[in-house]
Design a protein around this ligand. Structure first.
Ligand SMILES: [Zn+2]
Length: 96
């Protein structure tokens, strides 16, 4: 068990969150305090972070495919790949 550094409540290790304060220090806090400190509840925050990670992977994948298409199939396919990458990026950031 860990103690929340804000409210002093005992929390499970799995539920403890590291939060960076404004002066750059890290504190270990519970999910309620996280919500209070950031204005977002942790599930939303985790979801957004996960989503951003997925977007990054998708964009990197598309870019790699674009470069491959450009080298193997020529400029036209490369250009298509760029359009596809932009579409993927726009679509992923919209669903956030
Ligand atoms: Zn707390």
């Amino acid at each position: 068990m860990i103690k929340c550094e804000r409210c002093g409540r005992s929390i499970k290790e799995a539920d403890a969150l590291k939060h960076k304060t404004e002066d750059g220090k890290f504190e270990v806090i519970c999910q309620d305090c996280f919500k209070e400190a950031t204005g977002v509840d942790y599930k939303t925050f985790a979801f957004r972070r996960e989503n951003a990670k997925m977007t990054l992977f998708a964009v990197i994948f598309c870019l790699a495919a674009t470069i491959y298409a450009f080298v193997e199939k020529g400029a036209l396919y490369g250009a298509l790949g760029i359009v596809l990458t932009i579409l993927v990026y726009l679509f992923s950031s919209k669903t956030r």
